[in-house]
Ligand binder design. Structure first.
Ligand code: ASP
Length: 455
């Protein structure tokens, strides 16, 4: 049995839903279908999830939210009309949408989560109806029906392990398609909470693990996961096969095709993931598989870059001899609920690298003040323009001269390396640079390795 998930761009219009339905119907093993909310139809279109967010805000401020609700409903109506679904079939979808402002919520965060989740919820209801209308047996099921329980915060939830016990109870007839909304779960007290943005991938992986699927197919709008960002490298090579660990490292630093949190359930259940294109389903896409028995074909599988980093550089003479400096530093960060990404250190200095979105300017000032008062460093510098490039490949293990061959061409291009970090697994090397150098770093490494298919 296969779990298939369609992203928002694959379900943005009647025409794209039609392609998705052909894919579902082409393989009887595709029995569980996870759907996103309708995405963008054109570059300047707005995703239904973003419209839902506006709807939530507008309905909080005044009673003047009819226009936005109508605009959202229109998105579903257009899809329904494409399939000539009778208008009466849409009545429950309309009512669910219009009732959202009138429901009671524990607080505004839950309220926001419920509005957001309805992008996928209404889409799953609609797609089940369309399939039935076409004479295909399909059933809408959602988190509260199957016990997909989440904890954490209402807009950044995490799956609760109890879910996997509950999912075992799902009974699906062989000739029936289950249409399941992505992106949200149900809290222990019965409210809707969503995963982080792009989280329908996570739902697909949870179902694939819970139902012990043979394969999790993730349909999106690209032919495969590319070995580098196509906006930086011209026509980068697609990655045919890679391990979970490689994918995790790459998605961490910027590969956004597949949600990095979605890999965890797949890894736990050892479910292979196939990222494919809804517009070209005959293409093999990218297979993401367990490490066991994986034989790498190249040294470097992919290069990812993230510009969204900042760093705090601290220098204190004899730092290596003093006890407790790092502990105090961590306590300050913990007090402000700030997580950090990396912490390379030297004998007299330490750099803490953050993802920028965990910080505001005000928080940076507060944290720096506290560090100054309690740790009194000799030098403290906030580096705002930090980029991280991740070079990833199972084939990098035990390649003795790899670091030299990676860095030498960068030196020749006058790129100053702020940090280099290779973990014990040896499958990734992280290179910290100034933000303006990042694209050159990616292009240079791509040209020297992946383009030449160096083994
Ligand atoms: N619709 C949600 C979002 O836009 C979740 C998803 O598409 O995966 O973030």
């Amino acid at each position: 049995m296969k779990v298939v998930k369609f992203g928002g761009s694959s379900l943005a219009s009647g025409n794209s839903v039609d392609k998705a339905l052909s894919i579902i119907n082409a393989d009887p093993e595709r029995r569980v279908v996870v759907v996103s909310a309708p995405g963008k139809r054109t570059e300047d279109d707005i995703k239904v999830t973003d419209l839902m967010i506006t709807y939530a805000y507008m309905s909080l401020r005044s009673n003047n939210y009819q226009d936005i609700a109508t605009r959202i409903f229109k998105r579903y109506e257009l899809i329904a009309q494409y399939f000539e679904l009778p208008e009466a079939e849409l009545e429950d979808i309309k009512q669910l949408l219009l009732t959202l402002p009138k429901l009671s919520y524990p607080n505004n965060d839950y309220r926001m989560a419920t509005f957001k989740a309805h992008g996928e919820r209404l889409n799953a209801i609609l797609i089940a109806k369309i399939l039935n209308h076409q004479g295909i047996k399909a059933r809408f099921l959602e988190p509260k029906d199957v016990g997909l329980i989440v904890t954490g915060t209402s807009n950044n939830a995490e799956v609760n392990p109890e879910t996997y016990v509950n999912l075992k109870r799902i009974k699906a007839a062989k000739d029936e398609k289950i249409i399941f909304p992505g992106f949200y779960g149900i809290t222990p007290s019965g409210h809707i909470a969503t995963f982080s943005r792009g989280g329908s991938d996570i739902t697909g992986a949870i179902l694939a693990r819970g139902l012990n699927a043979d394969l999790y197919e993730n349909f999106t709008d690209v032919d495969a996961i590319f070995s580098a960002n196509p906006h930086i490298v011209d026509q980068p090579k697609p990655i045919k096969r890679m391990t979970y660990q490689e994918m995790r490292e790459l998605s961490y630093a910027g590969f956004s095709v597949f949600h990095d949190e979605a890999l965890i359930p797949a890894i736990q259940g050892e479910i292979p993931v196939n990222v494919k294109n809804t517009n070209a389903p005959e293409k093999p896409g990218t297979m993401i598989v367990p490490e066991d028995g994986f034989i790498p074909k190249h040294t470097i599988t992919g290069i990812a870059g993230g510009k969204n980093f900042a760093a705090l550089y601290l220098r204190k003479y004899m730092l290596n001899k003093g006890a407790g400096f790092t502990l105090k530093l961590m306590e300050i960060l913990q007090k402000h609920h700030v997580s950090y990404e990396h912490m390379p250190s030297g004998i007299d200095d330490i750099t803490i690298i953050f993802k920028k979105d965990v910080l505001t300017d005000q928080l940076i000032d507060v944290i720096c003040n506290e560090i100054q008062t309690s740790l009194n460093p000799d030098q403290m510098q906030w580096i705002d323009d930090y980029a991280i490039t991740m070079v990833v490949g199972e084939g990098m293990k035990d390649k003795l001269t790899l670091c030299a061959s990676l860095l030498y061409p960068l030196g020749k291009k006058n790129i100053s390396i702020q940090m280099i970090n290779q973990g014990a697994s040896q499958i990734s090397i992280m290179i910290g640079t100034r933000r303006q150098d990042e694209e050159v770093v990616i292009k240079t490494i791509y040209d020297n390795f992946i383009a030449q298919d160096k083994i």
